[in-house]
Structure formats: C-alpha cells, structure tokens
Unconditional design. Structure first.
Length: 123
C-alpha cells in the first residue's frame, strides 16, 4: 500500500487527469472542511471498527479508470480504505497525514515543515 504526500496530491489535482479523492470521514467533518473536488463516502466509523463491507457496497460509485486517494482525519483509517480498494482492483493510495497533513501543508505550518524536513533526511 502506498501513500501520497500533500504536495504531490496538489500537483496531481491541478492536472487534467487527477485522482478521485475519497474522503471517508463522517459527513459533519467533511462539511467543516475538505479537499476541493473530493467525494464524501462516510464509512470512517465502519472501517475503524473493522467493517469493510460498508465501503465494498459503495465501490460501484467510484470510477475504476482513475487513481483513488483516500483521506481521513490523520491517515490511519484511510489506510484500511486503501487496502479494500486495492483488493477490489483500484489503484489507490492514502493521503499521508490525512486532513491534518493537508491543512498543515496548505497553511505552511511549522509542524508540517518540520515533519517534511525529517522525512527528507530518512532513507
């Protein structure tokens, strides 16, 4: 399972063939803020408790001919969504850091910049 970092996602979204961004957070969290153009499939609670059927029932609504990026609060539960989508034949990746990471990147927060600097030093 692979991840995509916020700068790479932003670049891909600006292109003509960007990925489908699948935000799995609860509807109220999505409404408070989300990545522009993303789709909300509110299965966070189900996936968090180990129920993958909720997402499997909704995969027909996800285009099979495009890459998919899964997003949750911090990226942990989105990894489960990515695993399910990969098992269903999708080319899926998880947004590293979830919406926290995305917001930190968008705002240029010191926390995001420090974590990016540390990651650049690691093999």
């Amino acid at each position: 399972m692979s991840k995509i970092r916020p700068p790479e996602l932003e670049e891909r979204l600006s292109g003509t063939d960007g990925p489908v961004v699948l935000d799995i957070r609860p509807r109220k969290d999505y409404q408070r803020g989300h990545i522009e153009g993303s789709r909300n499939v509110a299965v966070y609670g189900d996936l968090r408790s180990g129920n993958t059927d909720a997402l499997r029932k909704k995969v027909d609504n996800i285009p099979a001919d495009r890459d998919v990026v899964t997003v949750c609060k911090a990226g942990v539960v989105a990894k489960r969504a990515t695993t399910v989508l990969e098992a269903e034949g999708y080319d899926a990746r998880t947004l590293a850091g979830g919406m926290r990471g995305w917001k930190g990147y968008q705002n240029g927060s010191i926390g995001y910049r420090l974590s990016a600097a540390v990651r650049s030093l690691l093999p």
